[in-house]
Write a protein that binds this ligand. Structure first.
Ligand SMILES: *Cc1c(COP(=O)(O)O)cnc(C)c1O
Length: 428
């Protein structure tokens, strides 16, 4: 890149951000630094690394050069100041909350979320004394009403799993700003190719890299992106960031690290003490996946729109919830937030209810019946009998996973083959 002023485009960043030829060997692909630990230059170097006076590698639980390329790449794609790679999407959520919440604190979450997140927030977080308050993304006033002096964050998904829901990020960011708390956006289903939440006021973006970013169904991973936008010291509500840290000789992370203090807190407090490090091998596979993100996401979206249109003409189908359909209730929000396409994950309802859903997932041949999304392969699941079965019936319906609902994650196969498989399974 001869002209240093030029900001590279998205596809270029997907391939190059964070990476350069290996200085020792000239290797062009990012090497897998499969090592637990890194030799210090001398005692002073070790002391400065441990005291956070110098950046560098110590131990792979806290950081690794392969993971560092992935961190820089996803941060560049999202427009954030820094990233932190984590073992899974769920671990990313725990590490974010660990930096923000003290026992007895509350956060507000959209009730239209991935079923696993609903479980994590409702049950596991209780052990830490972190209390979730649910709000309805279709009625922004429910977010405003949920704010209390104990609120420390708001959590939403951009495109919400199990699919077909577009969240009004900008409107909820306004609520967060008024409440003086950060907005966390799970951008797993959209990816930064379709939507960049930071452009609409998100302060923290989290990802399950397991899905479209990795893209090939071969590695679990997570990411935290710090937008660098939130003032952690203003109301002194975030002791991990604005109070002296005893383990770093009284250093105040927000004072020392400014607009990437949140990513640092997640690394040197969360990752260090909770321990969910991403393996360098998974980081390598996910980096390879990201190189083709823009090509894959566009094909995922184009295939998904064609399948959604086809399904909406079928006599067996009661409804299709895909924001890319012209008459969909989220189509205006989709035009604003995901103009290139509404993603590849969506739901539809079968007139035959629960039994028809079970029959359909049993009869598909090209589609795989499994609990994942964002693979090259087309995937199908009946949430009521699988991913969302732990939820109460009312929660199932609230989360868009009622008994008649089937969820698809449309892959990259030929469109005619995807449709032909659904046709034979619907009429079997
Ligand atoms: C899968 C998923 C997660 C959890 O990620 P893991 O990598 O499976 O831990 C979180 N949010 C969304 C939207 C997901 O689809």
């Amino acid at each position: 890149m001869a002209d240093a002023e030029r900001i590279p485009g998205f596809a270029t960043l997907s391939i190059h951000a964070g990476a350069k030829p290996d200085p020792t060997t000239g290797a062009r692909a990012t090497p897998i630094y499969q090592t637990t630990s890194f030799v210090f230059d001398d005692v002073d170097h070790a002391a400065s690394l441990f005291g956070l006076q110098a950046f560098g590698n110590i131990y792979t639980r806290i950081g690794n050069p392969t993971c560092a390329v992935l961190e820089e790449r996803v941060a560049a794609l999202e427009g954030g100041t820094a990233g932190l790679a984590i073992a899974s999407g769920h671990a990313a959520q725990v590490v974010v909350m660990h930096a923000l919440m003290m026992p007895g604190d509350e956060f507000i979450a959209s009730k239209k979320l991935y079923g696993g997140s609903i479980n994590q927030f409702n049950h596991s977080y209780k052990n830490f004394g972190w209390n979730v308050v649910w709000a309805d993304p279709d009625d922004i006033s429910t977010f405003e009403k949920a704010v209390t002096p104990k609120t420390k964050a708001i959590f939403i998904e951009s495109l919400a799993n199990p699919g077909g829901i577009v969240t009004d990020i900008e409107a909820i960011a306004t609520v967060a700003r008024k409440a003086g708390v950060p907005l966390i956006v799970d951008n797993t289903l959209a990816t930064p190719y379709l939507c960049k939440p930071i452009d609409y006021g998100a302060d923290i973006v989290v990802h399950s890299l397991t899905k479209f970013l990795g893209g090939h169904g071969n590695s679990i991973g997570g990411m935290i992106v710090d937008a660098g936008t939130f003032n952690w010291s203003r109301d002194r509500k975030y002791p991990m960031l604005c109070e002296p840290r005893p383990e770093y000789s009284g250093m105040v992370l927000h004072e020392t690290f400014g607009n990437f203090a949140f990513a640092i807190a997640c690394r040197v407090l969360g990752l260090r003490d909770l321990g969910p490090a991403l393996s360098p091998f998974n980081a390598f596979l996910i980096l390879t996946g990201i190189e083709t993100l823009s090509l894959r996401m566009q094909r995922h979206c184009d295939n998904a729109l064609a399948v959604a249109e086809w399904l909406s003409q079928r006599p067996e189908v009661a409804w299709v919830s895909y924001p890319g359909l012209a008459n969909d209730k989220y189509s205006a929000l989709a035009r604003k937030y995901v103009p290139k396409g509404s993603g590849a994950v969506f739901t539809f309802g079968l007139k035959g209810g629960y039994d028809a859903g079970v029959k359909l997932v049993s009869n598909v041949k090209l589609f795989s019946h499994l609990a994942n999304i964002g693979d090259t392969r087309s995937l199908i699941i009946h949430p009521a009998s699988t991913t969302h079965r732990q939820l109460s019936d009312a929660q199932k319906v609230q989360a868009g996973a009622g008994p008649d609902v089937v969820r698809l994650s449309i892959g990259l196969e030929d469109r005619n083959d995807i449709v032909a498989d659904l046709e034979q399974a619907l009429t079997a």
